[in-house]
Every structure is written in C-alpha cells, then in structure tokens.
Ligand binder design. Structure first.
Ligand code: F6R
Length: 242
C-alpha cells in the first residue's frame, strides 16, 4: 500500500479528486468504482467543481457503486441511489445508463447479486475503486468475518455499522438491517484502489490496518496484498499510531 498523509478532510478530498481527475483525463472511458457515506462527499464536491470549471468529461465513464441498502427503493432519500444522484451524478455529464448501483428491492436478491457481478466482469472489471473504511474495518459492506473470496452478496449489517449510519435516518430502527455489497474478491480485482481515511472515528481502524495481520476478521487488511492500492489518510486518523 502506498500511503499519502494529508492534513485534514479538505486536503484528503482535494488530493483524491485530483487523483481521479488525472485518471479520467488519461483514460476517458475509465470504469470507476464508487463509494457513499461521509468520506467521499468532499471528493464529489471537488469533482463537480472541476467539471464545471475545467470541463472534465464523464461522457465515456462507467461507474459501479459498492453497495445499496436492502429494502430502500431508488426514490428513498436514504438509498445510495439517491445519494449518488444528489451528490454527484446530477451535477456531471455521466450517462445515467452507464451508472450502476445494485437494487435493494429486487424480489430475487440472489439473482440481483449474480447479475451485478456479471455486469462488472463483462465490463472488464473496475479500473479505479474508491473506498472508505468502517471503524470495524469493513470495506463496501463486507463486515468482519466475510470471506476474502466473496463476490457480490447480501450481508447483515453489524450493529456498529447501523449505529454509525443512523445519523442519516430518523432513528436507529429505520436503518436497514441488510445490504447488498460487492464482495471482497470483487473489490480486490479492481486494477487500482484508492482508500480514503479521515477523522478520529477511524483511528483504531488505521492502527489495525497499518500494524495488524491480514485477516478476514479485519476486511480492509486484504488491501495490503493488493498490487496497486493508495491510502490517503489525514492527521487525525493517524493519531492513534503516532
Ligand atoms: C459506502 C461503503 C462503506 C463506507 C464506510 C465508511 O459505500 O461501502 O464501506 O465507506 O462505512 O463510511 P463513512 O465514510 O460514512 O465513515
């Protein structure tokens, strides 16, 4: 893993956006893996600003999101579909038919998983996958204990994940208990991975990631075996190590 240390969330967001923009300029038909949550919001703001100011084009970019809550429709304001539309897609010139997010309301979820996995592979896999990390080390919604061989699948969300995400819902009970997520194997097949880590809440995760063993009990640890992973981490997240 290549580590880039930055001052704070702003610097992390800017550095990640510059990284992505450079890749798109080099390969206009890039296949991007995208994440949701608090971490990448600043990156998306920078991408939007750059698109408006410099005209970086997403016309030939394809995107695959990591995950979606089960039971939330596209219209639900807490769905990751809405998150992506509001925070990125509606502001740039990406073709809506080139954006992919698993459906959390397909009546046959196993078929949805298999089809999502097939689509990614048929597309030639992901060129650059953007990742955040859960405080328990999850990537996508692959919670501790998930097999490193996993493909897109349905998961039960850990209590700590539901609590962390309750800030977006009226109360904890409303947070879905399950999600559909790219598997760990799906993620690590990406040609390149960019992991963003910011803030105090991620300090323990950073210690385990940097100092711990590669183990299914800490999903993000697999990134240490990936050929082309860059971690952009801010000072606060690094404080547990120093
Ligand atoms: C989001 C995702 C999750 C988040 C992680 C961190 O699509 O797959 O792995 O990246 O839960 O979330 P935040 O950024 O809200 O701390």
């Amino acid at each position: 893993m290549k580590i880039i240390e930055v001052k704070d969330y702003q610097e992390m967001s800017q550095a990640a956006a510059e990284y992505i923009i450079k890749k798109i300029n080099q390969s206009p038909n890039l296949t991007l893996g995208l994440a949701t949550g608090g971490t990448p919001k600043g990156v998306y703001e920078h991408l939007i600003e750059d698109h408006k100011r410099n005209g970086t084009s997403y016309a030939h970019v394809t995107s695959f999101n990591l995950d979606e809550y089960i039971g939330l429709s596209k219209e639900d304001h807490n769905s990751y579909y809405q998150y992506m539309y509001e925070n990125l897609f509606k502001h740039i010139n990406i073709n809506p038919s080139s954006t992919n997010i698993p459906s959390g309301v397909n009546s046959d979820l196993q078929a949805e998983c298999a089809e999502y996995e097939r689509k990614i592979q048929q597309h030639g896999g992901i060129d650059l996958q953007l990742l955040g990390i859960g405080s328990n080390g999850h990537i996508g919604f692959n919670e501790p204990g998930t097999s490193f061989q996993s493909k897109t699948h349905v998961v039960d969300l850990a209590p700590s994940t539901r609590e962390a995400n309750a800030r977006y819902f009226d109360n904890l009970e409303e947070v879905p208990t399950q999600a559909i997520t790219m598997g760990i194997n799906t993620i690590v097949k990406s040609k390149e991975i960019l992991l963003l880590v910011s803030g105090k809440a991620k300090q323990d995760a950073v210690v385990k990631l940097f100092n711990g063993d590669v183990s299914e009990s800490f999903p993000a640890s697999i990134l240490k075996e990936h050929q082309n992973t860059t971690v952009i981490v801010d000072e606060e997240a690094l404080n547990g190590i120093k």
